[in-house]
Design a protein around this ligand. Structure first.
Ligand code: OOB
Length: 553
């Protein structure tokens, strides 16, 4: 067998210009922290405290570190090399933290996939990251991830992939539990604090998700500062009810904030109140984050629950817009302090502060973490608009990336020449710097916090033999916030049925949340007299027509 090419080293492409590096260091934001050093130090300092609770597993900090060291040594002995990228898909299981801690300890670079991702997304991440390994588990939520691993290995165009490692029953693959460690291989020194620690996944507002390179220094700053804002201490018991691999429950302040403080992270296998309320009562959970539809569901379920929720201190809601009325319902239904969180995996995170007045809490999405977060709200011409007027949000700061990994074309679009990230969000800024999110500039669907690119879904549907053309739009939805609707012009005389199209989409191996919620057949798209229309205009018109028809019914 031909030796696959070695993965190219990850460039330190996220270096901020020297004057910014100097500024962020001088301000004390960047302190030269690294993940392996932080985790080692926490494991010693909080050795006997409980770090992770998941199902029947209950690990102290010392036990988690010991597992991580063993696993790290095993991965290196197995042939992975420091700097290699590793796609990790472990859902909300204790394995997730053991593996991620191990990857940091070994100098390997995690690429965080969501449990919902399927072959199309996983293969894309492996290619873009030039990953050498995929770590997953045997089964999760009724899906056998070894099937996905087999499909991945059979692909002709993932030349860097050499290892598939499985937590649980590994079948023909290597079992994580079977790895034999060799501590001598473990890196003796800590990485450069400004090197890339991991790759996070973007919401993908145009086309496929992009990879977000976050450095040790920048990310650790973001959750250390979040801890102060959110009041996370070693007494915090934080419930991960959203997907653990998502940036919100990972770092805002999330599990890593809690590890930094020496608190306890409790993993919920599902965000449903039935499962989570029992865990809250049993573990005396104090803090957690939810997306708006779940927060509303929880507020309703709390009215009749038998479980004791009195330990709850702060409920964070973010990922999608929480309207003032929804915020009122959440506050009325749950015995807890509400905190709005408006963040993005690319960096910038805004929080309402715990002592904000009720109006701020209900009507804004908070203000940035850092005094060095620069926020610009601009018009179509890129000119700043006055406070109180809606514009495009641009940002730059000590934990906001300067570019996606391996995406020169997208970087030219998504970042200004002076390094501001174009978030794609429309906001208005209030005096005092609080932001109110108004919507998106790009076409994407924020489906209960899961971001779906209209373009990506259209691309899939266009591959269907009976689809002539398609436009995917977001439609307001009482439960999800937004749902996706595909307007389809069929090809030929026989119209496929919507369930057939949905089933076919599933065979494309994409995350289930990308399958259109609704499919509407149309004869033609009403192309204006000019004869040519942008997809953006087309989507906007279809959406407006659909909504006005709904209103008149
Ligand atoms: C979080 O991160 P992503 O990367 O999945 O999505 C970011 C996008 C934002 O650009 C915005 O469009 C939307 O999600 N968003 C919100 C929001 N929070 C996020 N839109 C309205 N109101 C909010 N409160 O979603 C994320 C990352 C860290 C912390 C929290 C959320």
């Amino acid at each position: 067998m031909r030796e696959p090419p070695p993965p190219s080293p990850l460039p330190l492409s996220q270096t901020w210009p020297p004057e910014f590096v100097a500024r962020y260091r001088a301000a004390g934001h960047w302190r030269g922290d690294t993940f392996p050093a932080m985790l080692r130090e926490r494991a010693q300092r909080f050795a006997t405290r409980t770090a992770v609770v998941a199902g029947d597993e209950r690990w102290t900090y010392a036990a988690l570190w010991q597992r991580a060291e063993q696993l790290a040594a095993g991965l290196l002995a197995h042939g992975l090399q420091p700097g290699d990228r590793v796609v990790v898909q472990l859902g909300n299981t204790a394995h997730f933290y053991a593996v991620v801690w191990a990857l940091f300890r070994a100098g390997l670079v995690p690429v965080y996939a969501l449990a919902a991702h399927r072959i199309t997304e996983i293969a894309h991440f492996v290619r873009k990251a030039e990953a050498t390994a995929y770590i997953t588990l045997d089964r999760l939520d009724g899906y056998d991830h070894r099937l996905l691993a087999r499909e991945l290995q059979a692909l002709p165009d993932v030349p860097t992939l050499r290892h598939v490692l499985i937590a649980g029953d590994a079948a023909e693959f290597t079992a994580l539990a079977a790895l034999q460690g060799d501590a001598a291989l473990l890196p003796a020194t800590d990485p450069d604090p400004q090197s890339v620690a991991f790759l996070q996944i973007s919401g993908g507002s145009t086309g496929l998700s992009k990879l977000i390179p976050r450095t040790h220094d920048d990310y650790i700053y973001s959750f250390r500062a979040s801890n102060e804002i959110c009041g996370i201490t070693q007494d915090s018991v934080y419930l991960v009810a959203l997907p653990a691999a998502h940036n919100f429950p990972m770092s805002s302040p999330g599990a890593f904030g809690v590890f930094h403080a020496g608190g306890t992270v409790v993993l919920s296998p599902s965000p449903s109140p039935d499962v989570a309320f029992a865990l809250i009562a049993r573990e005396r959970v104090t803090d957690l984050g939810l997306v708006p539809p779940l927060a509303l569901l929880w507020a309703q379920a709390a009215a009749t629950t038998q479980h004791d929720l009195s330990s709850l201190r702060v409920l964070q809601v973010g990922g999608a817009k929480l309207t003032p009325e929804a915020a009122r319902r959440v506050i009325a239904g749950l015995p807890v302090k509400l905190q709005q969180v408006f963040g993005m995996a690319e960096g910038l995170v805004n929080y309402t502060r715990l002592d904000d007045d009720e109006d701020t809490l209900l009507t804004t999405q908070g203000r940035p973490i850092s005094p060095d977060d620069e926020v610009l709200v601009v018009d179509d011409a890129g000119q700043p608009v006055p406070d109180g007027e809606v514009g495009y949000l641009l940002t730059r700061g000590p934990y906001t990336i300067r570019g996606y990994h391996n995406e020169p074309a997208a970087n030219a679009r998504s970042f200004t020449a002076d390094g501001f990230y174009r978030t794609g969000d429309m906001v208005l800024r209030k005096p005092g710097g609080y932001l109110v999110v108004q919507g998106r500039a790009h076409d994407h669907i924020n489906r209960a916090g899961e971001k779906v690119s209209a373009e990506e879904v259209e691309d899939h549907l266009l591959a269907h033999p009976q689809v002539f053309d398609v436009a995917v739009v977001s439609i307001p939805d009482d439960y999800l916030g937004e749902r996706s609707c595909a307007f389809v012009i069929p090809r030929g005389d026989t119209r496929p049925r919507p369930p057939e199209i949905k089933a076919w989409m599933r065979t494309r191996g994409v995350a289930a949340f990308k399958i259109p919620d609704q499919i509407v057949f149309v004869e033609a798209f009403d192309i204006t007299a000019v004869g040519k229309t942008s997809r953006k205009e087309l989507r906007a018109r279809l959406r407006a027509e659909f909504l006005s028809q709904q209103d008149s019914q």
